[in-house]
Write a protein that binds this ligand. Sequence first.
Ligand code: 5GP
Ligand code: ZN
Length: 135
Amino acid sequence: MNDCIFCKIVSKEISSDIVYEDDFTLAFLDIHPVTKGHTLVIPKEHSSGILDTENAILEKVIVTSKKVGKALLAATKATGLNTGSNNGESAGQDVFHLHFHLIPRFAKKELKAWPHHDSEPKTRAELAMRIKENL
Ligand code: 5GP
Ligand code: ZN
C-alpha cells in the first residue's frame, strides 16, 4: 500500500532498526518503546490486521516472533515477554499494517496489566454460545 508507513519500512524507503528479515517477515525496533527492546514483527505483504491475513503468512509472523523473542530476552536480560497485536481503532491500533508487539518485561511491578472484571456464569455461557454460532 503506497501510504502505509510499515510498507515503506519493508521497502526501506523509511529507515528502521531491523533485527531480523526473511522472505516473508521483518522485525524492527519500535520507535516509541514500551520497554527496552520493544520490537515489531510484520509480514512483508500488506494486510491490515490478523483478521485479513492469510493463515500461512500468520504462521510465519508467529514463528518469527518466537525466534526474535528468544533473542530479545537473551540480549536484554528480560525475564518475560508480552506478545500482542492491536486490531482495529477501538483496540488501540494506530498503524493499519499487521504487526505483533514483542515487549520484553523485567519485573512484574512495572507491568500495567489490563483491568479485569467479574462476570456471571449465565452471561458467560450465553456469550460462549453466541461466539460458537459465529465460527
Ligand atoms: P499500534 O498502536 O498500531 O498497535 O502500534 C504501532 C506501533 O508502531 C507503535 O508502538 C509505534 O511506536 C510504532 N511506530 C509508528 N511509526 C513508526 C515508525 O515510523 N518506525 C518505527 N520503528 N515504529 C513506529
Ligand atoms: Zn503496509
